[in-house]
Write a protein that binds this ligand. Structure first.
Ligand SMILES: Nc1nc2c(ncn2[C@@H]2O[C@H](COP(=O)(O)OP(=O)(O)O)[C@@H](O)[C@H]2O)c(=O)[nH]1
Ligand SMILES: [Mg+2]
Ligand SMILES: [Zn+2]
Length: 289
């Protein structure tokens, strides 16, 4: 048996994790600063019952989603290449939710795309217009119905060789979609004990065909944007960012300054009003310290 091995962290518990190596899945201890999606190097130890691993190092991450609050930050998943934002007519997905994830993905070096789920339901013109705004920004949109397996093949094809996390409001269809794509029945991450219900944040990475990876982690789904800097926020609104370079003053607040190109493009209708409002809200909102 090789004493040193490398592998992928596929499951995460409160004080241990499971690492997939070429030959087997190994339960590991010493998981400080390790998250699901990390590539780690292990030292193997054989105790009386089983082989276990001790994580001795991790490989550099291509990306990581992190929870940032004030000056504190904590990674929640590593090496994600794409965020699939589920948008649905019911429950209604707010543009704020979509924009929050676009900003989060862009600031984390992750490619965002939209999954327009529940295409079997009626879509109002309002809803269609909302999606059109993102399409105009050049964001990939895949229309499907997870429940009825309509067009899920297009998504599977798109996800080849990618590592994705699905985000969406409760009820948007994340579990249904993950089940359809992985062929596994995804249960909610709840553990109950006899004192009542207990929740644990167990993250899992599903591998399909050795190519596609799907990370399912409750911690990833509710990342706050409060830790992002003003620069990260404007860069997440790509069209606003590009305009802002032509504002007369380099410290333009894009609200009331003379020669503001952002305001000018907003009045022209070239910048969407909802996008602009969300940008100001994220940047100046009271929860944005
Ligand atoms: N009509 C319709 N309902 C769907 C679709 N996908 C999921 N649902 C339903 O939406 C509800 C919430 O789905 P679920 O996967 O639990 O959402 P989650 O909270 O994001 O994990 C369930 O009742 C699903 O059956 C769809 O494509 N069309
Ligand atoms: Mg669910
Ligand atoms: Zn400006």
């Amino acid at each position: 048996m090789e004493k040193l091995q490398s592998g992928l962290v596929i499951e995460f518990y409160s004080n241990s994790c499971l690492v997939r190596t070429d030959s087997e899945d190994i339960k590991c201890l010493a998981i400080k600063n390790i998250v699901v999606g990390d590539i780690v190097n292990l030292e193997l130890i054989q105790d009386s019952k089983e082989v276990r691993g001790i994580i001795i190092s991790k490989e550099p991450r291509t990306s990581f989603l992190q929870k940032r609050e004030g000056i504190k930050s904590k990674a929640v998943a590593a090496n994600i290449s794409h965020v699939g934002i589920l948008v649905t007519p019911e429950p209604t997905t707010s543009t704020e939710f979509i924009d929050k994830w676009l900003v989060t993905a862009i600031s984390s070096n992750i490619t965002p795309f939209i999954i327009n789920n529940k295409t079997d339901l009626d879509q109002s013109s309002n809803y269609k217009n909302k999606l059109q705004v993102y399409k105009n920004l050049g964001i990939k949109i895949i229309n499907l119905s997870a429940k009825n397996s309509i067009n899920t093949e297009e998504l599977k094809e798109y996800l080849k060789a990618k590592c994705v996390v699905f985000v969406g409001n409760s009820g948007a269809g994340k579990s249904t979609l993950t089940t359809k794509i992985t062929g596994k029945n995804i249960k909610t991450n709840m553990l109950s004990n006899n004192q009542g219900v207990h929740t644990t944040s167990i993250s899992t990475l599903y591998e399909i065909d050795n190519q596609t990876k799907i990370i399912d982690s409750p911690g990833v789904r509710d990342l706050p944007i409060s830790g992002l800097s003003n620069n990260e926020i404007i860069e997440g609104f790509t069209e606003i960012y590009l305009c802002s370079k032509n504002c007369k003053f380099s410290d333009c607040n894009h609200i009331a300054n003379e020669g503001c190109e952002v305001i000018s493009k907003l009045l022209d209708g070239e910048i969407n009003e909802n996008r602009y409002n969300n940008f100001i809200k994220f940047r100046d909102g009271e929860d944005n310290g």
